[in-house]
Design a protein around this ligand. Structure first.
Ligand code: FE2
Length: 346
């Protein structure tokens, strides 16, 4: 098991790098833009392939590294379904898991600090974002924060985790690195309240100044920029409406790049093949199944995913591998649905 806690001193943010082995797949939680070069160096040092990068919530105090990591590693960017952030290519909700080789994080919806705040649970530890901090809790006075929701998230969800579970927050301003559920129950001053009303009272009387970076970070984090814009400029995208007309043609091979859980939860476009994005590099290289399908038969590959981000990166990878007739559905299944496209459940 590889576990690294990385620190950005400008914003006091902790970023976590997880992998099950050297030479394997990696996941990053809450990356900071200015530190992306450092993460990439560490990934190279440990011979890791970054598969997913997740933010626990929309950050107000630093610019996320999700966009830069996507651009430089083609990883899948993950946030909660409530998030309005454009860069996200996979959205999760309570009860889902975020999986890479040998590592699985259970997804807990823990709103309160923001309405898109999530915690991720892995075996003996929980990544609490800004919901539960060491001897503190995330402020609830902006970004659709809600002290009542946070009380429920902390007392109803996080404090019900095993006492010995390690707590790894997204920030610490005092130099603490880790705590446990039992320690926070006993020693966190914000949690020594008798009722939800007492907690709301406490949180509404903090009178904190806004974070220095807030006016810059929130808009920047909302609009990181889409991978699919460039793909559309190159003429490699179809709108959902165009795709609907095309799929009747026999030389179109529709390829779903999402993970099995997303397919089960949200349905599939009838007649599509399944080739998960994580295996794409193997599928599009010479000898791979999509390479053969696209090149040997002259078929047009039409990729889709949830929002069009993974499929845009897939088109670029396929084009790089010589599949010049690879295209994707802009906006993914979400756009397909909005345009009245059919889906079936599997
Ligand atoms: Fe935050």
């Amino acid at each position: 098991m590889i576990f690294r806690q990385l620190f950005d001193s400008a914003s006091s943010t902790y970023t976590y790098l997880l992998a099950s082995r050297r030479g394997g797949e990696a996941l990053i939680i809450d990356p900071v833009l200015e530190k992306v070069d450092r993460y990439l160096q560490l990934l190279r040092d440990l011979d890791l392939k970054l598969i997913k990068a997740a933010d626990t919530h929309l950050h107000a105090d630093h610019i996320t590294g999700l966009g830069a990591l996507r651009d430089r590693t083609h990883c899948v960017t993950v946030m909660g379904q409530q998030s309005g952030v454009d860069v996200v290519s996979m959205r999760v909700s309570d009860g889902d898991s975020i999986d890479i080789e040998g590592v699985s994080l259970d997804v807990l919806y823990t709103p309160g600090h923001t309405d898109d705040s999530y915690s991720f649970v892995m075996a003996d530890r929980v990544f609490t974002g800004d919901t539960l901090l060491i001897r503190g809790t995330g402020r609830t006075d902006f970004q659709n924060g809600d002290a009542r929701a946070q009380y429920e998230s902390i007392f109803g969800r996080l404090l019900k985790l095993p006492d010995q579970m390690l707590v790894y927050p997204a920030h610490d301003y005092k130099g603490d690195t880790v705590s446990t559920i039992a320690e926070e129950k006993a020693c966190n001053p914000r949690l020594q309240v008798k009722s939800v009303d007492q907690y709301i009272d406490l949180m509404s009387n903090l009178h904190l100044p806004n974070p220095k970076m807030m006016d810059v970070a929130v808009p920047a984090n909302m609009r990181v920029g889409l991978a699919q814009d460039e793909v559309a400029r190159r003429g490699w995208a179809f709108t959902a409406a165009q795709a609907m007309e095309l799929i009747a043609r026999s030389d179109i091979v529709l390829v779903d790049l999402r993970e099995p859980r997303e397919r089960e939860r949200h349905g599939v476009i009838p007649g599509s093949l399944h080739a998960p994005y994580s295996d794409l590099a193997d599928h599009v290289k010479p000898g791979g199944i999509l390479h053969q399908l696209g090149l040997a038969t002259g078929n047009q590959l039409l990729f889709y995913c949830a929002f069009g981000e993974r499929s845009a990166m897939a088109v670029r990878a396929a084009q790089d591998a010589g599949l010049t007739n690879a295209r994707h559905i802009q906006g993914g299944l979400e756009a397909w649905r909005k345009a009245g496209g059919q889906t079936t459940h599997i």
